[in-house]
Design a binder for this molecule. Structure first.
Ligand code: FES
Length: 156
């Protein structure tokens, strides 16, 4: 009888695929997130053990790089740039407008699972800030009114 392929089994296989390579943690985290849509809590101890790291070290890397999420994302993902050039032209107001329209803080997902709001740090669109990434598409000049319209549109 074969036993079901458990989450730790799948994560262990991803870790094994990167064995021996230099700096395996980031590629492993990317592959885990690609497989599960996020990095599940149960993956962290498996990764830590495979790489001889503490769980805190794995968590530390996950929170340092803003690419990784520890919970599934909503159906739509809106990332608003928090880097300097966008901040100088009002990104904070855009973020506040999006948060208010969705009723969730940065990093949150609406209760209906429609939209996840996340920060991003420079999209290479600094001349057209505030910049955002809406379901993978770069959008410029996302002022507060536009931020509100975008997230409301995604929920409609
Ligand atoms: S600082 Fe926002 S796109 Fe570069």
């Amino acid at each position: 009888m074969t036993h079901p392929d458990t989450l730790p089994d799948q994560v262990a296989r991803i870790c094994a695929a990167h064995a021996g390579r230099e700096g395996p943690l980031l590629p492993i985290l990317h592959d885990v997130q690609a497989s599960f849509g996020h990095v599940p809590a149960g993956a962290v101890p498996v990764i830590a053990e495979a790489l001889n790291l503490t769980r805190a070290e794995v968590h530390g890397v996950m929170s340092f790089y803003h690419d990784f999420r520890d919970a599934p994302a909503g159906r739509h993902v809106v990332k608003i740039c928090r880097s300097e050039a966008c901040q100088a032209v009002g990104a904070d107001a855009s973020i506040a407008a999006a948060e208010a329209a969705l009723g969730v803080p940065m990093g949150g997902t609406t209760a209906d699972g429609a939209v996840t709001l996340e920060p991003v740090y420079c999209l290479g669109l600094c001349a057209c800030g505030p910049a955002a990434l809406v379901d993978g598409e770069v959008v410029g000049r996302v002022d507060a009114a536009r931020a509100e319209a975008i997230v409301k549109g995604l929920r409609a």
